[in-house]
Design a protein around this ligand. Structure first.
Ligand SMILES: O=C(CO)[C@H](O)[C@H](O)COP(=O)(O)O
Length: 231
């Protein structure tokens, strides 16, 4: 079980981010435990009269959004999002992220790419000086996965096919997740390009340029990192 202070930090960051959601907005709803706090808070605000629609990044998030009363629509219906709020597994000082611990990286990246403004909410354990202590998830199509794993082994990335409860994990898009070790990699941009060149790799959990703001809970405080101010 996670310590209470980590949960408090997640909730603080999540609630703080909801203040950016205004009437009439179309909101990308991230996946994971930090996003769940954000979705529950938005649900409370909807009950108080906030008029928004959400575009969920996973089936689990869609279910939670419906339970708390947030009307949801598809990305196609939305066209574009006003704001997208999501968690992360790691972030560095250059606003680069590892995402996909919860397996929703493909839809999450699509939402991030289709949003005017991207907010990341996180507890302080997610802040790192160098990405890679956390394994990088790749989404791969089942047909190609065995061969992709051989290639990744040849690239010294120590691939592991993700399993849950003894079964191969399947994403909402019916793909597999391969987790790789990028702790020795210096050039993340090049790595990302190389990974996306492998046929059958659908997407990586490296989010290199999409983030506008990171809201981090640190003990009982909020720390905000603004990409515009840092560039
Ligand atoms: O990328 C994700 C899911 O695919 C999550 O945002 C990430 O795993 C963080 O999760 P949590 O908020 O539970 O720590």
């Amino acid at each position: 079980m996670k310590s209470t202070y980590v949960e408090n930090e997640k909730e603080l960051a999540a609630v703080h981010a909801t203040a950016m959601v205004k009437n009439g907005m179309i909101v990308g709803l991230g996946s994971g435990s930090t996003s769940a706090y954000m979705i529950k808070e938005l649900g409370e605000n909807v009950k108080k009269g906030l008029a928004i629609t959400g575009v969920p990044s996973s089936k689990k998030t869609a279910q939670l959004a419906q339970e708390v009363g947030i009307p949801i629509i598809t990305l196609e219906e939305a066209g574009f999002l006003d704001i997208n709020i999501d968690g992360a597994d790691e972030f560095d000082t250059e606003f680069r992220l590892i995402k996909g611990g919860g397996g929703a990286l493909l839809r999450e990246k699509i939402l991030a790419d289709n949003s005017r403004f991207n907010v990341i909410i996180a507890d302080s354990s997610k802040q790192v000086s160098k990405l890679g202590a956390y394994k990088l998830p790749l989404e791969a199509i089942p047909f190609a996965t065995a061969n992709i794993i051989k290639k990744l082994t040849g690239m010294h990335l120590k691939p592991m096919l993700r399993q849950t409860n003894g079964e191969t994990y399947k994403t909402d898009e019916n793909n597999f997740i391969v987790d790789i070790d990028i702790s020795d990699i210096r050039d993340l941009e090049k790595l990302n390009r190389n990974l996306l060149h492998i046929p059958g790799v659908v997407e990586t959990g490296l989010f290199l340029e999409s983030t506008d703001i990171i809201i981090m809970g640190k003990r009982d405080k909020i720390v905000v990192f603004n990409a515009k101010e840092s560039s």
